[in-house]
Design a protein around this ligand. Structure first.
Ligand code: SAM
Length: 194
């Protein structure tokens, strides 16, 4: 199958560009599925820095990781502060927006301002040729606003600095996610916005 659903497609993009031994960021750890994927991708010599603002999420992630935990740093803080924790170049980053699945409190959701701030900072840290994937859910309260703010932001990014694509399955029911993927095509410390 060539036309994957959004999550497998985002993993495929990262698999193509992340190298063993690199540092990568899971911006929204949640239940740890993506953290586990990234930890396996970078291997024993690499590291994953995973953020979430909910204790519950980081506990679930730690449990899921088991021994993979050795090269994962779990950070209970907003991804918007990524620059305080990650000081070296990264091979890639992954966002999975929205709320923590299976949580008792589905009102804790990612927010446009912090999501965009995190992406902006991560683009500075990203290696040339690296990819940031963002799975966007617009079926919950605040989701459409986050989708639209993110779309406006990524459309403004200078085409000489990054390539941005949007990928969605048009015939899937029940608000399927949309994938936004950003590839860094030039070295820079801060991406230009036009
Ligand atoms: N990637 C996860 C997985 O594999 O299970 C799913 C992530 S879930 C859809 C979104 C997560 O983002 C929630 O756990 C939520 O607590 C977290 N979140 C919301 N705002 C955040 C922020 N500012 N910084 C970091 N995480 C945040």
């Amino acid at each position: 199958m060539l036309l994957h659903r959004v999550l497998p497609f985002s993993k495929r993009l990262l698999s193509e560009t992340v190298l063993a031994g690199e540092t990568v960021v899971d911006a929204t750890a949640g239940n740890g599925n993506d953290t586990e994927f990234l930890a396996k991708l970078v291997g024993d010599s690499g590291s994953v820095v995973a953020f979430d603002i909910q204790h519950e999420a980081l506990d679930a992630t730690a449990e899921r990781l088991g021994e993979l935990n050795n090269h994962v740093e779990l950070i209970l803080d907003s991804h918007a502060k990524v620059d305080q924790y990650v000081k070296k170049p990264i091979g890639g980053a992954m966002f999975n927006l929205g709320y923590l699945p299976y949580s008792n409190d589905l009102t804790v959701v990612t927010k446009p301002h912090s999501t965009i701030e995190a992406i902006h900072k991560l683009l500075g840290l990203l290696k040339k040729g690296g990819i940031i994937t963002i799975s966007v859910y617009d079926g919950h309260e605040g989701g459409p606003e986050e989708r639209d703010a993110l779309t406006t932001y990524v459309r403004s990014l200078h085409q000489g600095d990054v390539h941005v694509v949007r990928y969605e399955l048009l015939n899937q029911r029940n608000n399927p996610p949309i994938l936004v993927a950003i590839e860094k095509v030039r070295e820079f410390d801060e991406v230009r916005c036009v």
